[in-house]
Design a protein around this ligand. Structure first.
Ligand SMILES: [Cu+2]
Length: 146
């Protein structure tokens, strides 16, 4: 008959083994390639540095809101007289944006207001900005997870 101590020792050993296996699985699992959530980045061809920020802070699913886009040259000079076309959608659902956001104002300092953005469901969204300006044309894609 097994002594209680041996049984306890066996149980502890099993737990330790399980923890070890989980640790190995965890450490060797490939990192899930979540979308890059940076809100400031170089545009696709490197013409601009583009930053986005919600104008009012919090973004709530299903509510119309506006974003401020800040456009700078790679040397940091504000980009004026830019035209910004907004597209996007949910890459995993193959649908576009539920609204047609538009650039409605230039606020100075390379900042533009984009109005009419809505994320109608939870998940991974992309906002794609097509930018043309006297400095050049380029585009930038931002990922957002609601
Ligand atoms: Cu969707």
């Amino acid at each position: 008959m097994a002594s209680p101590w041996r049984m306890i020792g066996g149980a502890v050993g099993l737990v330790a083994l399980a923890v070890g296996v989980l640790a190995v699985v965890y450490l060797t699992a490939p990192a899930t390639p979540g979308p890059d959530l940076a809100r400031s980045k170089a545009s696709a061809k490197g013409v601009f540095t583009v930053a986005i920020a919600p104008e009012m802070g919090d973004i709530r699913q299903g509510e119309l809101h506006s974003w401020l886009v800040t456009l700078k040259t790679r040397k940091g000079a504000p980009v004026e007289d830019a035209k910004i076309i907004v597209g996007g959608g949910m890459p995993e659902h193959a649908h576009g944006l539920p609204t047609s956001p538009e650039a409605t104002a230039y606020l100075g300092g390379g900042r533009y207001r984009i109005e009419g953005v809505k994320f109608s469901m939870s998940g991974w969204w992309q906002l794609k900005l097509g930018i043309s300006s006297p400095v050049g044309a380029d585009q930038a894609t931002f990922n957002l997870v609601m």
